[in-house]
Design a protein. Structure first.
Length: 179
């Protein structure tokens, strides 16, 4: 075998090997991106479920005697898992998810603070905080949908005037009629 043939074979092997390595690197990058997307989606779902659990606990806390509401509201949020879910989102979320996530988290804190302040479930103070939370939760859901590449939604698409749930609230309807 001549040295030209040996050199040609070596160059061909290097080209083939580098092509294979490049293809593997691209495939690995795409797989890592998919894994990150799956992880981010999981964190968003966990955060949403924790927010709902916290709200459910706060609803219960708003039903207990007024002198027990501070402890009940604190316990409701602490046991919901929302703090851990928020941390996961803060570490893995995109800026748009973090902005929407922080907005809904702070609206949840407003509900908690209203209950701690003595607001009962059927009080104007509770409902003012709740409807802000409901709106912010929908905006978080929409940010997640956008992040996942899903089409946006409008309230009208779900036969709603807005995201606050005020139109479906029997308490707010009663409060408005009484005013």
């Amino acid at each position: 075998m001549t040295w030209e043939a040996l050199l040609s074979a070596a160059i061909g092997a290097v080209i083939a090997l580098s092509g294979t390595l490049l293809a593997d690197l691209r495939r690995d990058r795409r797989q890592r991106e998919r894994d990150h997307d799956i992880e981010r989606r999981k964190y968003c779902v966990e955060f949403t479920l924790a927010l709902n659990a916290a709200l459910g606990g706060l609803r219960e806390a708003a039903r207990v005697p007024a002198d027990e509401r501070v402890e009940a509201a604190t316990r409701a949020v602490a046991t919901s898992g929302v703090y851990g879910a928020r941390e996961q989102l803060l570490l893995a979320g995109t800026p748009a998810l973090l902005t929407a996530g922080e907005a809904v988290f702070h609206r949840l804190v407003e509900v908690r603070d209203a209950v701690r302040g003595g607001a009962a479930l059927d009080s104007p103070a509770y409902h003012e905080a709740y409807h802000g939370f409901a709106d912010a939760l929908w905006r978080f859901r929409l940010a997640v949908r956008t992040d996942l590449g899903q089409p946006g939604l409008t309230p009208a698409a779900l036969d709603r005037p807005d995201w606050s749930d005020r139109d479906r609230c029997t308490v707010c309807g009663v409060l408005t009629a009484a005013a």
